[in-house]
Design a protein around this ligand. Sequence first.
Ligand SMILES: [Fe+2]
Length: 479
Amino acid sequence: MIILGINETSHDASVSLIKDGDILFAGHAERYSKQKNDWYVNDGLIEDALQYGFPDQIAYYEKPLLKASRLILRGGSGDWKPRYIVDDMFGKKVPTTYFGHHYSHAAAGYYTSSFNDAVIVVLDAIGEYNTSTIWVGEGEKIKLKYKQNYPVSFGLFYSAFTQLIGLMPNQEEYIMMGMAAYGDWKRYYKEVDEYFPSYSKQKYNFHKGITDWGMTITEQDKFDIAAAVQMVYQQRLNDFMHMAYSITGKKNLVFMGGCALNSSANTLLWSIFDMIWIMPNPGDAGSSLGAAAAMYGKHVNWKSPYLGYDLGGKYPVDKIIEGLNKDKIVAVATGRAEYGPRALGNRSILADPRDPDIKDKVNLIKQRELFRPFAPIVMEDHAHKWFDMDFASPYMQYTVKCLQPEKIPSVVHADGTSRVQTVNREQHPGLYRVLNKFYLQTGVPVLLNTSLNIKGQPLLNDERDILDWETTYNFTICR
Ligand SMILES: [Fe+2]
């Protein structure tokens, strides 16, 4: 059976196609429409997905009428009505099933995991009503164990402060997370803590933003507030995760929802659980796959996050090494696009992390703020010598202390940490060969890896994007 999963009406629409449990396609609307965090599915995305088969079933990631009822009765902002779910969308009626927002998150996580027994925690801004849920996955069954409803919300708390310091809520939370390393968390800890004193209690509905801060915010204050927010978030997350463990007794964690993108906070979860799976697209964009998996009702065959638009080609190992030797910075676009917000080697800029000036140079290419950090990719078998970690991080989901910062200064943040992506031979043979060749030349098994895009624009996707980039920026892309 072919199932088409869809998510719309939220920040970052996407589509996934599975056939008998194999994931044939998963892609983001923004990469086709070129509208960052596009809320709606478009024809280009659907046409790309349908190359892999025509759906027998459509699975939608949310219950639109339930969401509409919350918008009317309880407030909040946003849309609820999917545009692509109409009877004749493909020229014939395709039966559609609607799954709950948090259930789709849970299914996206559990059914792509290797676990047969796990606690599943979903934390986001808001679904229809749910904001925080705990589930148990056993065999092929997923059961709800705990729920917390709007307006108390981990995600809304974080987004409201993102907005307070002048960034875009629902989009630039990751910038605030990066800013936290430059701030003094103690300066505003007391004030911020009063807004979120326990995981089930908040000062008021954060959908309205922070309405009573009452103090002028200087440039330095922004960094100090970011640090305090990150600290309070981590403490509440720690409390919530301990509660999830205590009510389920499970030592395998599946963590999903937009909050699972907070790589600085994710690292603390290793002190509570034995094994952790965060699907590399844990936010709403991952829920098109979640809805499809929920419809399938069983584990799907997860192989990799390279599931989007296919540029074809063989990984250009030698061209990348040549470019690194010559210019220290190369762009690469090849094969299938990443499903998820992180560039994991197929739509990436790679650079020599040993040069302390590389960070500024790459930030200038990407037109980003100069304080913004970059992430390292490291050969998995060398990771423990360079970073304080005893686990793999194939999808760049954990921030850990760098053990040799003087040797790779351009991938170490102000607080001495790095958001690490580990790479092994099976996971990405081409990227592993690049790292191995660089290691044999330099003794350093690490490269800087960042997304191939300009700030505020989606990742490059197809041939036309590559041509546009090369023409506009006079910067050749390896492919
Ligand atoms: Fe969500």
